[in-house]
Design a protein around this ligand. Structure first.
Ligand code: ACO
Length: 331
């Protein structure tokens, strides 16, 4: 008889944002933009900015510490740490190893995962497998970004969109029928050029010329990414619901990647989901990439918006292009 897989669920959450707030009015002094344009096109009112001495691992540490506390687990119980980030402290070592040391998760292996804004959901999917198979009992998944370091503050088409933050979840065994009940991951490399940070890698190494050309900054074809986002949010949602034999009406809470309120509302309309069930905090944090879904999830949990038995759908999309979703029956 085949042995039954161990069911994986989210047993603790945490998040952290830097104190410094950058409002749309502040941005009006930096680039040729307006609060009216940013609010009407994106829904963003303000975002957080890390202090100069803070890097991704510092934000990740704070979020991870709170998630461990919430789960009631000592750090040595964690067997694996995955940090999803596009803004690691450095190329190597991984930010996950730096977090392992800061948190004193002495028994954990650790690696970073690169899937841009989809990173946290990809990482949940990866971490889940270790629990399903019994390879690890507890996995710490973190999304952490300091995107304000990689935006061009002279480019109004991108610098108004992004912010800094971190969110974390502890995965662990939960009763059958609870936890992550279905999941979906996809990639469309054909769209890779739509959203890139082209410089500083092995293709275009860091040189005075690459810096002069601004190749160390985010570059994005916003309209194309917008269309992709709406399409895959609908596809991803349908896929995880179908896999679980559920309908949109069965959802209690929908936590999408917080890139733009128009994308969220457009997708919600297409899937016929009332906005009351959608967690939105893009107005306060902007797009924090891999941190956005866990930041929103932590907010929902801590505000008592998610209760045991609720069906919660987490969905992300981003550079790659990538998309992923998980459907969680809250333990
Ligand atoms: N302030 C004022 N005007 C601006 C600004 C600004 N900050 N930015 C652009 N404009 C101008 C443009 O120059 C353009 O002017 P023009 O018509 O004279 O040329 C005009 O506003 C309209 O620009 P569009 O790019 O057509 O604006 P759009 O309605 O498409 O909104 C936006 C742009 C907000 C970027 C939208 O396309 C979007 O949200 N796309 C998705 C982006 C996204 O989600 N990215 C993250 C993906 S996740 C990840 O992996 C990072």
């Amino acid at each position: 008889m085949a042995s039954q897989l161990i069911q994986a669920g989210i047993i603790g959450v945490g998040s952290y944002v830097p104190n410094k707030v950058l409002t749309n009015n502040d941005l009006e002094k930096i680039v040729n933009t307006s609060d009216e344009w940013i609010t009407s096109r994106t829904g963003i009112k303000e975002r957080r900015v890390a202090e100069p001495e803070q890097a991704a691992s510092d934000l990740a540490f704070e979020a991870g510490r709170k998630a461990l506390e919430h789960a009631g687990l000592p750090p040595e119980e964690i067997g694996l740490i995955i940090v999803a980030t596009s803004t690691p402290d450095m190329f190597f070592p991984s930010t996950a190893c730096l977090v392992q040391e800061k948190l004193k998760c002495v028994n954990a292996s650790a690696f970073d995962l690169s899937a841009a804004c989809t990173g946290f959901i990809y990482a949940l999917n990866v971490g889940k497998q270790f629990i399903n198979t019994g390879a690890e009992k507890y996995v710490l998944v973190i999304g952490a970004e300091v995107l304000t370091r990689i935006v061009n503050w002279q480019d109004r088409t991108t610098c108004v969109l992004f912010g800094d933050g971190a969110g974390a979840a502890v995965l662990g065994p939960v009763p059958q029928g609870r936890g992550i009940i279905s999941s979906y991951m996809a990639a469309e490399g054909a769209g890779a050029s739509l959203l890139t940070l082209p410089g500083c890698g092995s293709r275009i190494p860091l040189t005075p010329q690459s810096v002069e050309q601004g190749l160390h900054f985010i570059s994005m074809k916003g309209k194309e990414v917008y269309k992709f986002a709406v399409r895959v949010m609908e596809e991803g949602t349908q896929r995880v619901l179908q896999q679980a034999g559920m309908k949109v009406e069965d959802l209690d809470m929908y936590i999408p990647h917080q890139a733009n309120i128009r994308i969220i509302e457009h997708a919600a309309k297409k899937i016929k989901l009332p906005m009351e069930k959608v967690l939105v905090n893009v107005d306060r944090y902007g797009n924090t990439s891999a941190a956005s879904v866990p930041l929103a999830l932590d907010e929902a949990v801590k505000q008592g918006k998610i209760k045991s038995g609720d069906n919660v759908l987490l969905i992300g999309f981003g550079a790659g292009l990538t998309c992923a979703a998980v459907l969680v029956r809250w333990a």
